[in-house]
Design a protein around this ligand. Structure first.
Ligand SMILES: [Zn+2]
Length: 140
């Protein structure tokens, strides 16, 4: 069945991020002037305004802890009705704690999510050439 949900558009600013996601890897934009990371990617650094940005590859083994979350019981966009309740979270990257990624936590019951929970990035192949980063609980 064809993928029903919105597919993130690639722009000049985020193309590398999504290209890497399609290959099941995380890449983060980093400012060469002040050293801060910029996520989501943009045309300039949100910390110093610098435009001297580069990309840092974080690979396929990406872990984080849940920094905050909400649980939604209503589909705000078409296609999400089968995913309810949906966990929408901010994941604080283990290797780069200054970066908190807005995300979905999947394969997790809404009752079981908590702040501080360990999660791991995974990728869902949604079309032939596109993949979406998602997060799943780390089983300990
Ligand atoms: Zn900067």
């Amino acid at each position: 069945m064809e993928y029903q949900k919105p597919i993130p558009l690639k722009t000049e600013d985020n193309k590398h991020y999504w290209d890497m996601a399609d290959q099941h890897e995380l890449s983060l934009q980093k400012c060469n002037d002040c050293g801060h990371y910029a996520h989501p990617p943009g045309p300039s650094c949100v910390h110093c305004g610098g435009q001297n940005l580069s990309w840092e590859a974080l690979g396929k083994d990406v872990r984080a802890t849940i920094y905050s979350y909400v649980i939604t019981y209503r589909p705000f966009l078409p296609g999400f009705q089968d995913d309810l309740p949906l966990i929408i979270a901010q994941a604080e990257l283990e290797k780069v704690p200054e970066v908190k990624i807005m995300c979905n936590v999947i394969d997790c019951k809404a009752d079981n999510v908590y702040i501080g929970m360990s999660v791991q990035m995974t990728w869902q192949d949604i079309t032939e050439d596109r993949a979406l980063p998602q997060w799943i609980p780390v089983v300990v």
